[in-house]
Ligand binder design. Structure first.
Ligand code: GUN
Ligand code: ZN
Length: 442
């Protein structure tokens, strides 16, 4: 683990959010500071504001002894949050021609089976986290495989990089290949041991991870509910209502339940600190229940387009008050870039005749993600006391974007161009707890 730099002063254009700007772009929700500064001590934000104000607030000694990072001309934002991603699926991202259930069987399960070898999990975790950082993502809610050591390998790699991460062993005891199956009992035993080993250690938290309703028996879903309730501040992640065939299958497997969400509710798997990927084919009652119970959704637009799953109804879900974040869902998604996820989110919303505003999109990528993962007491913006994870974006890294940027008519127009035309080439640097952990040499 890198030692924390004692004090740092960072100069550049700052953008962070204090609240959800909502459907009407409430300007009180964000701070955009053209010539801004962050003063960071022991890995935490101490001051955030206009450069001259921050300097004036600092004692001479602090100012002179601080390490200085000059990012003028670049945009500094809280590190991106990817609220739903599968690290073992990096090796199958961009695989041709299948929809969810066939895609799982044909590409995903064989890829995950190779993680029976711990060294595969170790190598992939290191590569995955290094690539996340290169994309400006500093926090993620991560699916490993059914193998307990896939969690150990991931958390070891995350701890070595000082990252704030969520992960937890995938639970699945039916409707999957024999070599990827656990049992209700081993799900309990392995998860309890992993929780004892990792939950609350460094910046890591454990997320109980039943893959999705079709791959767990009722006995295992009951265990998942008991696990979720078994220790304070545990998280939970799974999949909900992604694909029509999946939806029909859930109806057949759980005939006694009112709808897909009701299956999870029945086993105690919804509520604060729970997040579900997708949530495309939901009815109004399910949307209300998500909002009322504080159950979050991860909007995975590139994955939904890639797998032909459908369009996430951001407008209806946000109007109902559901907590929503953005996610790549790699390997269903075809990029780790949050900028590309934002562009896809705009396109999916636009296809339903609702234009997602740049302010709302940048909120979702940062504070919205932190809130949906219930990690906003630690990360998500630059208010004093928060952990100093941030990304530095350079719009001049892509010639067409730089050209377009010069013609932009407003800050909102620039931010929109950046999310629509940008990608990981725009990530100039990534900092974790203040430390510069990635510098783009291109
Ligand atoms: N539903 C159950 N498992 C998965 C998965 O690995 N990816 C996606 N996109 N959906 C799922
Ligand atoms: Zn997923």
């Amino acid at each position: 683990m890198n030692p924390l730099p004692a004090a740092m002063l960072v100069r550049g254009t700052l953008l962070h959010f204090l609240a959800d700007p909502g459907a009407n772009d409430d300007a009180a929700a964000w701070q955009y500071i053209e010539d801004g500064a962050l003063f960071i001590q022991d890995g935490r934000i101490r001051h955030c504001g206009p450069w001259h104000d921050v300097l004036a607030a600092l004692p001479t000694l602090s100012r002179e002894s601080a390490r200085y990072f000059d990012y003028r001309g670049k945009l500094i934002l809280p590190g991106f949050v990817d609220a739903h991603v599968h690290y073992p699926q990096l090796r199958v991202m961009g695989s041709f021609g299948r929809q969810l259930l066939d895609w799982l069987e044909h590409y995903t399960f064989p890829a995950e089976a190779s993680f029976a070898d711990r060294s595969v999990a170790e190598k992939t975790s290191a590569f995955f986290l290094d690539r996340l950082i290169a994309h400006g993502t500093t926090t993620a809610s991560v699916f490993p495989t059914v193998h307990a050591h896939s969690v150990d390998a991931f958390f070891e790699a995350a701890q070595a990089r000082n990252l704030r991460m969520l992960c937890g062993k995938v639970l699945m005891d039916r409707h999957c290949p024999e070599n990827l199956r656990d049992t209700a009992q081993s799900a309990w035993d392995d998860s309890r041991a992993l929780i004892a080993r990792w939950h609350g250690k460094a910046r890591l938290r454990y997320s109980v991870t039943p893959r999705f309703a079709p791959t767990s028996t009722e006995a295992q879903l009951k265990v998942a509910g008991e696990l979720f309730a078994s220790a304070p501040d545990l998280h939970l992640q799974s999949h909900l209502s992604e694909n029509q065939r999946e939806l029909a299958w859930v109806g057949e497997l759980f005939p006694g339940r009112a709808n897909y969400l009701d299956v999870y509710a029945h086993f105690g798997l919804i509520g604060p600190r729970s997040i579900y990927g997708h949530g495309i084919h939901l009815d109004a009652g399910e949307r209300t229940r998500l909002a009322e119970t504080g159950t979050a959704l991860a909007f995975c637009p590139s994955s939904n387009l890639f797998l032909g799953s459908g369009f996430f109804n951001f407008h209806a879900l946000s109007q109902t008050g559901v907590s929503i974040s953005l996610a790549s869902d790699v390997g269903g998604g075809n990029s780790l870039s949050t900028l590309r996820t934002m562009a896809a989110a705009y396109q999916v919303s636009q296809a339903q005749h609702h234009a997602l505003s740049p302010w709302r999109a940048w909120y979702l990528a940062t504070l919205g993600g932190a809130r949906a993962l219930a990690l906003d007491q630690f990360i998500g913006n630059f208010t004093p006391g928060k952990e100093a994870d941030f990304v530095v974006l350079d719009a001049t890294a892509i010639p067409e974007l730089a050209f377009r940027w010069d013609f932009a008519e407003s800050v909102a127009d620039r931010l929109f161009a950046l999310m629509m035309l940008g990608d990981e080439r725009c990530v100039a640097a990534t900092h974790v707890l203040g430390n510069c952990v990635y510098l783009n040499k291109a």
